[in-house]
Design a protein around this ligand. Structure first.
Ligand code: ZN
Length: 324
């Protein structure tokens, strides 16, 4: 095809316009892209970053901080905090934090040294260490059971402690943190009553909770359950054959219908216990999986402490009430 001079010029000018518009579009796209990427970054930089160790603590900090803070949780759902060791990436996350919030009372056994060294550079709050010691369960001289989140009433003292720490790193958010802490504490007190009612629905002689490790003593004390763990208060200690035999005897003599596995602990010992009871012709079923030292994923529906405690109370009540 042949274009005359005027047609050729027309074509060239149209092509130039076309190129101009493509260039303009690319420029706009780049600009929009820059805005799109830089806005959240700027937002993130302006928002204090709080690194929490466990999923329970991350939930507590989120409830108090709301949208004013960014919460980064070291441990994923299902991870056992007693045996968790920091990775090089964790150390980097901890060093960059504006505030580190740990559960405390030696729950994070393998992180203790790291957290105390970190305190020289970053503010570190050990939530449960701030609780009145006369409300804690002693497990030795100056040593307390760390599983305090299972008593919603006791945990309701923690939001104020977190609010005080957040105020220090973000003073202009004082009102925000304080009012959210008060509201969350009130919701935990309401939850406490709900849990007590649910456990009270189990026939009295069946209110015995046998689990993989001794995480539920606060839960038992608060809601009226006798609690027996195959392992001690830390998963670090191994259960011996004597422990298992003692529990088999208990399960058989009390005719306990169910034992419970935990999401963050191996169920090997509970299986041995079940087999032991079977040998005495006592059928013991697995009453379900309890959230112990970790909350669930979002998909599990137990990604907040309140939801996990309700799920646990329901699993326990259904498991122990069967046959009645
Ligand atoms: Zn534990």
């Amino acid at each position: 095809m042949f274009f005359g001079p005027s047609k050729m010029m027309h074509f060239q000018s149209r092509q130039r316009w076309h190129l101009f518009w493509i260039g303009a579009a690319i420029a706009c796209w780049c600009w929009a892209g820059r805005v799109g990427v830089s806005a959240p970054l700027a937002q993130r930089a302006a928002t204090p970053v709080v690194v929490a160790t466990t999923t329970m603590v991350a939930d507590l900090v989120r409830q108090v901080g709301g949208m004013r803070i960014t919460v980064d949780c070291l441990m994923a759902p299902g991870v056992d905090p007693h045996s968790y060791k920091a990775t090089p990436r964790d150390i980097d996350r901890l060093m960059r934090a504006d505030l580190v919030v740990a559960s405390g009372l030696h729950l994070e056994g393998k992180l203790s040294d790291l957290l105390s060294r970190l305190e020289k550079r970053v503010p570190v709050l050990m939530v449960a260490d701030a609780l009145p010691h006369d409300r804690l369960l002693a497990i030795g001289p100056e040593l307390y059971d760390p599983h305090v989140w299972f008593d919603a009433q006791l945990w309701s003292l923690c939001p104020a402690v977190v609010a005080a720490a957040l105020e220090k790193i973000d003073p202009s958010g004082q009102e925000h943190y304080r009012s959210r802490a008060v509201a969350y504490a009130a919701s935990l007190v309401a939850l406490d009553a709900k849990l007590r009612d649910r456990i009270a629905s189990i026939p009295q002689q069946q209110r015995v909770l046998v689990t993989a490790h001794d995480a539920f003593r606060y839960f038992g004390r608060a809601y009226g359950l006798e609690v027996v763990g195959v392992q001690g208060t830390s998963t670090e200690s191994e259960a011996g054959l004597n422990d298992i035999n003692r529990l088999v005897e208990l399960v058989v003599s009390r005719r306990i219908p169910a034992v419970f596995v935990e999401t963050s602990v191996s169920d090997r010992n509970l299986m041995a216990l079940r087999e032991g009871a079977m040998a005495h012709s006592q059928k013991v079923k697995l009453g379900g999986r309890l959230y112990s030292d970790s909350l669930g994923t979002v998909a599990s529906g137990a990604d907040t402490l309140a939801k996990a405690l309700i799920a646990n109370a329901e699993t326990i009540a259904v498991g122990l009430s069967e046959g009645h």
